[in-house]
Design a protein around this ligand. Sequence first.
Ligand SMILES: [Zn+2]
Length: 436
Amino acid sequence: MRRFILVTAMCALTLPLFAQQAPSSSAVIHAGRLLAVPGESDLRDQTIVIENGRITAVENGFLSADEAGVPGASMLDLRDQTVMPGLMDMHTHVTGERDPYANPHDWTTKLDGDVLVESLAFLERTLMAGFTTVRNVGANFEIILPLKRGVESGHIPGPRIIAAAGGITPTGGHGERQGYRPDILEAVDNSVGVCNGADDCRRAARALVKRGADLIKITATGGVLSNTAAGVGQQLMDDELEAIVEAASSMGRKVAAHAHQADGINAALRAGVASIEHGSYADDESVRLFNETGAYLVPTLLAGVYLLEEMEINTQIPPPVLDKINAVVPEMRNAFQRALAGGVNIAFGTDSGVSPHGTNAREFEIMVGYGMEPIVAIRSATVMASRLIDRDHDLGTIEEGKIADIVAVSGDPMSNISAMHNVVFVMKDGHVFRQP
Ligand SMILES: [Zn+2]
């Protein structure tokens, strides 16, 4: 039943979409209000010129296609909207989604192909919500890499995917499946990223790069949703963390470290990771280390808020997971506010897949509710995110030479951040996927 609904919804969305992907290689956008570089002052009445998937000019006033030097270009009227760079979510799991009503063991019946087909709808919802790039930090590489390539080739609508393609965890750690009979766990164990000791963890990092990982995701501490009463403290040891970062950077890859308790956050920062995911118990020493190393916090506040909501309706959450939700989630607000006050680099990330795909903008509301300025929250999902993934040369702002990833919302998100839910226009790589 659930699969039928998903597929139906997907077809309804997909057919008009591809029709909208017009062959026209040039376009002119009239933007009433433009956040060209979120964080800098906004502009009024601007013309954005797009040719062959790139932004070739941003001009004052509303120019015609002829005046803009692109006769015959398609004209896109966003004079009543707030236009901004395509949004970027630095922590997603686009190959799955929690369902509080589903059988928690239904993963045992699914083939990779089933998961891939379900993912198509998740990708489409994410794109339609204005997210044109995601950093996917944990998925089976045999599923995420074909999805990434499918998006790149234009065969499926979805955000550009920066893929971790698996992750590194110690034996019994957060990244391993837990809570089943040993022989079942052995049968489903994906051992590539499971490592113990510095040498073995170097091997794991290199093996993931070999398989196609754009970045290396590690579980530096325990995690909330693994079915084990192993806590959320440091799990990868200092020498293992250092070995992973060294091996990854020697192959041009950054490391994203899932970490909740401060011991693991701080050890990962000392080892030189590029980002801390969640950072739920970040302390003053964490703030100092973030600022010393330039690492980013990816707060994923929505995951915490969503799990508190899910607890109200899901009667099947195992006791160790319930305990960890109750212990960790209340800490996330304090840690976020400490990082914000301390001037830490913050990049937007939702952990979508925990929460439903396409509701990513809720993270903006939570960030602002916890004290972040709306424009700083938008900056975290554009400028800051593009820097975290080393793509600030071609993503993250609306400027000449950049890739034409452009979205628009109705309303004014600076006075009401909930307007970020009202995405009415989505362009990625110069292709229009959604129009008012
Ligand atoms: Zn996650």
